[in-house]
Design a protein around this ligand. Structure first.
Ligand code: A2P
Length: 398
């Protein structure tokens, strides 16, 4: 029997084409075409540097193969082939099957240890469309609005951008992202890669039943795409890829309880979730609780409109880190204050947890969950892993 090879792959259904892995890989084993981001088996040396930087976990895919999949094979995939098919396709000796299976299981256990498991969509989430438009064939959207959400004094310029897709089919679900291709070329004369932004409107449009969507974009110092987007004018045309993302989705089950934790523009998907529930099931839905951290009220995107959302629909904990004369508060601090309510949600199998925003907050939030769960006798890691496996635990940080 040929010695099977371990091949590192990317799940094209879940990948949001942010290209962070490609930029991180020290041996340039990761590359892309107009459609997919892929890994060259001949170059990958399993350093795993790309694993923690991936916001979705789509990079954490492994297969045992007799003959590695080529770049062209991977460019052509709309979804990952199953492990069994790969072994068969590679013409491997069937008698080696048990050994391969055991080796594969050991490998998966090892690979998933760091990332904490594989993300799954909620069981009742609608099926998302992904990668309908790519670098070679982007959609062209027209700017319908560009509103500043933060005050001049706040020192932070966050924009609400509305894009209209006219007659192009561009279906999105709450929690998905789209890519924007900034015009021009990079320092090497190559066209810029798209930058990813979470959609902040619900599936039936920023304006109900219109073919438009909104984004929440923060102007970054020297950010090529964020400055381009924040400076867009009404009527400008924008090249768009996507939609992307197949797991950070909301359950359609109206009785599901949503616990949403975010900082800054990480609130974008939760605006979509909230509007979806507001429009779809007013008064009949399971509770939604939000912990939202910003420096000050005037730098918290949607502070005004958010305050108008009734508490019976959305329980809001808005926390601030830089109000003069007031102690700094982070989302994880407020979670500890609200530990009884959180423990109640953790114990309920209808609860879904979503964490979105700064990578730095992930550790603090995990720590808070651990404290809260264990104070009520629940083992946190096991609880979290079950939730993740059931499509009820979702992290998207950057
Ligand atoms: P701060 O920057 O005052 O330490 P930003 O405005 O940069 O998007 O950040 C949004 C909020 O997230 C700010 O209040 C910021 O606080 C806060 N923040 C920064 N680091 C962490 C962290 N490790 N955990 C939780 N919140 C954080």
């Amino acid at each position: 029997m040929n010695k099977p090879l371990k091949q590192h792959l990317i799940d094209p259904e879940i990948c949001i084409r942010c290209y962070t892995c490609e930029m991180t890989c020290p041996v340039e084993a990761i590359t892309h075409d107009d459609s997919n981001v892929v890994i060259d088996a001949a170059k990958c040396d399993f350093c795993l540097d790309c694993i923690p930087v991936c916001p979705t976990g789509s990079i954490d895919e492994w297969r045992f193969v007799a003959k590695p999949y080529s770049l062209d094979d991977q460019f052509g995939w709309a979804e990952l082939p199953a492990q069994g098919e790969i072994v068969a396709a590679g013409g491997d000796d069937a008698e080696g099957g048990d050994d391969l299976q055991a080796a594969m299981e050991a490998l998966l256990a090892e690979a998933h240890k760091g990332a904490g498991g594989k993300a799954k969509a909620p069981a009742t989430a609608a099926k998302p469309s992904v990668n309908l438009y790519n670098l070679g064939k982007p959609a062209v959207a027209k700017v319908q609005g560009n509103f500043r959400l933060t005050s001049d004094e706040s020192g932070s310029d966050v924009r609400h951008i509305i894009l209209d897709f006219g007659s192009q089919h561009f279906p999105v679900l709450e929690g998905q992202s789209i890519g924007i291709i900034p015009p021009g070329t990079d320092a090497n004369g190559k066209p810029h890669l798209p930058r990813l932004y979470s959609v902040s409107s619900p599936r039936d449009g920023e304006r109900r039943n219109y073919n438009n969507l909104s984004l929440t974009v923060k102007r970054e110092d020297k950010g090529v795409c964020s400055n381009y987007v924040c400076d867009l004018k009404l009527g400008d045309e924008v090249q768009v890829t996507g939609p992307f993302g197949a797991t950070f989705l909301m359950p359609d089950d109206p009785s599901a309880r949503l616990l949403m934790i975010c900082t800054g523009t990480g609130s974008a998907p939760f605006r979509g979730f909230t509007m979806r529930r507001q429009r779809a099931a007013a008064g009949t839905s399971g509770d939604m609780v939000m912990f939202f951290g910003a420096r000050t009220p005037d730098s918290l995107p949607y502070f005004g409109p958010l305050n108008k959302v009734p508490e019976r629909l959305l329980k809001k904990h808005l926390v601030f880190s830089r109000i003069p004369g007031v102690d700094k508060e982070y989302v994880q601090d407020r979670m500890m204050v609200e530990q009884e309510a959180i423990a109640d949600m953790l114990a309920d199998p209808r609860t879904h947890i979503y964490i979105c925003g700064l990578k730095g907050m992930e550790q603090g939030v995990e720590h808070a969950f651990k404290n809260i769960a264990e104070s009520t006798g629940m083992p946190w890691e096991a609880t979290r892993d079950v939730m993740r496996d059931e499509g009820r635990y979702h992290v998207e940080t950057y």
